[in-house]
Write a protein that binds this ligand. Structure first.
Ligand SMILES: [Zn+2]
Length: 419
């Protein structure tokens, strides 16, 4: 045992206790100081001191007196956060999004704009992201809020320093996004982080999706298909943060089926993926493949002038509702490939549910039946090991919302803004 707490340890203990109080208030506010002490096991004097600190920083406020359980009036507390904002951005193959949240998780803004990510250079993307970040931050400042942090989601491999090692659907290799954005934003005073988009989206699904689970997967349904994985309550990052490259699972089934595909060498067959390999899941089940199957004419047009997937997805949804047989067949094929990949996830990590996100969400009614059939057929555990496939509860701003939520998580872990 140590002889006594060192100053650094004392600061750690206080941060941990502040985090305990903040999380308690996030879960069950309004509550009194005595309620917090009773629920957390901290003594009343400690809770009072911590609450004073949180009130001074305007993270918590008092909301008047209420009779407590034993009939004595007590001052109730709630999260405040009115002077603060957390900002999340996302860059993707065809759009940019921005979301700002207050400390209680309420949305302050939610913006989306078309962006030709696939045909823009990294420099153009960084300039567009920086412009969007500046607008969002300026709006928060006009609303008298201080920005506590900004997190940017990117569909690719992002290391711990915010360098995007590879983002195939943006055409990026070794892009030091964090450093470039810090420079473009004139070295802002708030923390700026870069994170994989699926990792952020699964945090948003867990926090705002309304389904309580400690084991879940979020699939980004766009040009690529990333998996954000929460396993035993924690985000699964892997050694260098590159876990969850669901879209690059090799699942081409042509060698085992009658469908003829030429040029199969060394077991590699199927369409070429953005990563340069063949037969990756996203080359078979990504949005590009889905649109090609459902709307061949639109796909040919889009190939010459890349545009947003949104109008095509709306059209597929409309025709599927009308019962168009060619259009109905397309999400069924996509669903089968997704189910194949989801069965691998079920066998490896046994999630409680897999949420189909992004453009897959509006198409989920036509994707899920085939995906479930494939999951049940390929899962070694009976009934797919209990894994269900659902439409995400969130819209295409999920990754940006998760980025903002990650800033809130830092506050909830006791890293408080200076008063
Ligand atoms: Zn690939």
């Amino acid at each position: 045992m140590q002889s006594g707490p060192q100053p650094a340890d004392f600061a750690d203990v206080r941060a941990t206790n502040l985090a305990v109080v903040l999380r308690q208030l996030r879960m069950s506010a309004p509550c009194s100081r005595a309620d917090i002490a009773a629920t957390t096991g901290l003594n009343k004097a400690t809770v009072s001191s911590l609450v004073t600190d949180l009130i001074e920083r305007r993270l918590v406020r008092e909301v008047g007196m209420t009779e407590n359980r034993i009939g004595r009036p007590a001052t109730m507390l709630v999260l405040d956060g009115s002077p603060y904002a957390a900002v999340g951005l996302e860059v993707n193959a065809d759009y940019l999004t921005a979301v700002a949240l207050d400390l209680a998780g309420e949305r302050l803004l939610s913006w989306r704009r078309s962006f030709a990510g696939a045909s823009s250079s990294p420099g153009q993307a960084i300039a567009s992201l920086a412009a969007l970040a500046k607008r969002a931050v300026a709006k928060m400042v006009r609303d008298q809020r201080r920005v506590l942090g900004l997190t940017v989601g990117v569909p690719g491999l992002v290391d711990a320093d915010g360098v995007v090692e590879l983002a195939t659907n943006l055409g990026w290799h070794e892009v030091d996004l964090r450093k470039s954005l810090l420079s473009a934003l004139n070295e802002p005073s708030y923390p700026l982080l870069v994170e994989n988009d699926a990792n952020l989206a699964v945090l948003a699904e867990q926090r705002f999706g309304g389904r309580a689970a400690g084991n879940l997967v979020y699939l980004t349904g766009s040009a690529g298909i990333g998996a954000g994985i929460v396993c035993d309550g924690r985000l699964l990052r892997g050694g260098r943060g590159f876990a969850g490259e669901f879209g690059h699972l090799p699942i081409d089934e042509s060698s085992g089926r009658s469908r003829a595909v030429g040029g199969a060498v060394g077991g590699e067959s199927g369409p070429v993926c953005g990563c340069g390999r063949r037969g990756c899941l996203e080359s078979l089940a990504g949005l590009g493949a889905l649109i090609s199957r459902a709307l061949p004419d639109a796909a040919a047009e889009a190939a010459s002038s890349p545009s947003e997937f949104g109008p095509h997805v709306d059209e597929i949804q409309r025709l599927a509702k009308a019962g168009d047989p060619q259009v109905l067949a397309a999400p069924a094929v996509t669903g089968r490939y997704l189910g194949h990949g989801i069965a691998m996830l079920a066998n490896l990590i046994n999630p409680e549910f897999v949420a189909l996100g992004g453009y897959f969400t509006p198409l989920a009614p036509w994707l899920i039946p085939e995906a479930e059939r494939e999951l049940l057929a390929r899962s070694v555990a009976g009934h797919g090991g209990g894994t269900t496939i659902v439409a995400s509860a969130l819209d295409s701003s999920a990754a940006a919302a998760g980025g903002a939520a990650q800033v809130l998580d830092a506050i909830d872990s006791g890293v408080l803004p200076t008063p």
